[in-house]
Design a protein around this ligand. Sequence first.
Ligand code: ADP
Ligand code: TYD
Length: 204
Amino acid sequence: MFITFEGIDGSGKSTQARRLAAHLEHTGRDVCLTREPGGSPGAEEIRRLLVEGDPDRWSPETELLLFTAARRDHLERTIEPALAAGRIVVSDRFADSTRVYQGAVRGDLAEKVDRLHSLMIGREPDLTILIDMDPGVALTRGLSRNSGEDRFEEFGQAFQVKLRDGFLALARAHAERFVVIDGMRTEEAVAADVAKAVTARLDP
Ligand code: ADP
Ligand code: TYD
């Protein structure tokens, strides 16, 4: 099973992906916890080009190519081998991030995003958990990490508002694989809903 977490910056995806992986391992499952951009040595190198530096460093088009290159490497070297070995893959972001950030908000590249995806990636998650969050709270949480990886946070709150709408629209368009979870609660409350959504699909 291939599970992805999506949502705006600072919404709690990494926290929840970690918690879900620990929960599944606790119940005896073999889990591969990974992330994008990154998740393989080559893709982690590309990640640095994307998340550090000036917001205007790349055009939306160049960004789309870099994210797709990183995803292809991640898919070939990490995701597909893990799925083939029967492991559950939990990824912090995947192709829906490109659909929203590059396809809908950063540039109007929706058609190019879809064409590149079918040409080079061609895989969808079995389940996507969208952590939905107020952009103001998420931005404060995200920037307070001082991670040095704030290139996208630097685009500001109006950008995050558009991202949230973009993710919610995507969830409506792909209701068969999306579960939307309210992220404005304690970590534990969010994690309980995530575990419920995953268990319902693992043991129907
Ligand atoms: P993302 O991966 O979506 O950017 P993180 O999981 O890194 O988000 O969380 C961003 C920050 O918010 C971190 O400092 C994290 O500890 C904190 N955080 C995560 N979930 C919650 C929550 N439910 N309530 C309060 N703070 C949270
Ligand atoms: P991430 O490390 O998940 O950031 P955060 O923890 O702040 O949510 O991802 C880095 C940034 O890359 C994030 O701002 C979203 C952006 N991104 C895209 O624009 N397109 C993509 O395809 C992916 C995977 C991420």
